[in-house]
Ligand binder design. Structure first.
Ligand code: SF4
Length: 290
């Protein structure tokens, strides 16, 4: 619950505000860029919502904030935000919202597959409103974990839905009781439309998941940079090895995808050809950052 006494001075006057507990995960500025902005090392409200659509976006950010740092002085129906999640992205892919502080506000996604069971990629907060809505969509059959930083409430989801979990051994999968432990660096198919591609770099056991040769769930390996208008990686958080991360990025050149859906950073959609060009630019840029 945001605290009005701790309202950041960077907020414009009015109803919605961010307080001093903000951890600068950028979820709000990505979900509602017309209302929230990153003003440095935290986010604040730079434009108060004027329309019903803007109020809804602000409420979506409010329920998705991992630290409860967004508040409003006027009364709003929380269901404006709650009922918007999981939020449709494209085809049968959804963004879960409700990010967790345990994964620093990392984004998670749900594939709503009626034939083979739903897939949850990384972990949202185990919020009862979200869990109920996921249950209504068929629950979770499999949970795919890109790396150890974004596993948040994996145990609670496993207990709730009895789903299996998939994670790489080098990120400590066996230690935390993961059912299907990925070994080595060779890509392999989990089923006919879901591929696991090990991408060490951010962590030793980082992997990305390619769905239908269209959706690439990238964890903290790869994201869109709205500033540079191309794909990017995060040099300052390459905890394991930046040269390894470059090598892992080069491996992705052999795959087709239209969507990049990251844990941190912006998602992006483009043609396969354009994505390939962006990936090449990203790799060239990474090589200048050694
Ligand atoms: S979502 Fe919350 S923690 Fe993340 S940047 Fe916005 S106010 Fe800060």
């Amino acid at each position: 619950m945001a605290n009005l006494q701790q309202r950041l001075p960077e907020n414009v006057p009015g109803d919605f505000f961010v307080d001093a507990t903000c951890i600068d995960c950028d979820t709000c500025s990505q979900l509602a860029p017309s209302i929230f902005r990153d003003h440095g090392d935290q986010c604040s409200v730079y434009h108060q919502p004027q329309t019903a659509a803007e109020v809804k976006r602000a409420m979506m950010a409010l329920v998705s904030c991992p630290t409860g740092s967004i508040g409003a002085t006027e009364k709003h129906d929380a269901h404006l935000g709650i009922d918007a999640f999981p939020m449709h992205v494209s085809d049968d892919v959804y963004f879960c919202g409700f990010t967790s502080e345990n994964s620093f506000g990392g984004w998670s996604y749900l594939i709503n597959r009626s034939d083979k069971g739903n897939v949850l990629i990384d972990s949202p907060r185990f919020a009862s409103q979200l869990v109920k809505r996921i249950a209504g969509m068929g629950g979770v059959e499999t949970m795919l974990l890109t790396h150890k930083d974004d596993i948040a409430a994996h145990e609670e989801f496993h207990k709730q839905f009895g789903n299996s979990r998939v994670m790489h051994e080098r990120d400590g999968a066996a230690r935390i009781g993961i059912e299907r432990v990925i070994v080595g660096e060779d890509p392999f198919a989990l089923d006919d439309d879901l591929l696991v591609i090990p991408t060490p770099g951010h962590t030793r056991g980082h992997v990305v998941f390619l769905y239908k040769h269209k959706f690439l769930f990238t964890g903290d390996h790869l994201a869109w940079s709205p500033g540079r208008k191309t794909l990017t990686a995060f040099r300052s958080v390459a905890w394991y090895s930046w040269p390894e991360q470059i090598r892992s990025m080069e491996k992705l050149l052999m795959y087709d995808f239209e969507w990049v859906l990251p844990g941190h950073g912006d998602m992006h959609h483009d043609s396969v050809e354009n994505m390939k060009q962006h990936l090449e630019r990203c790799i060239a840029w990474m090589k200048t950052r050694n």
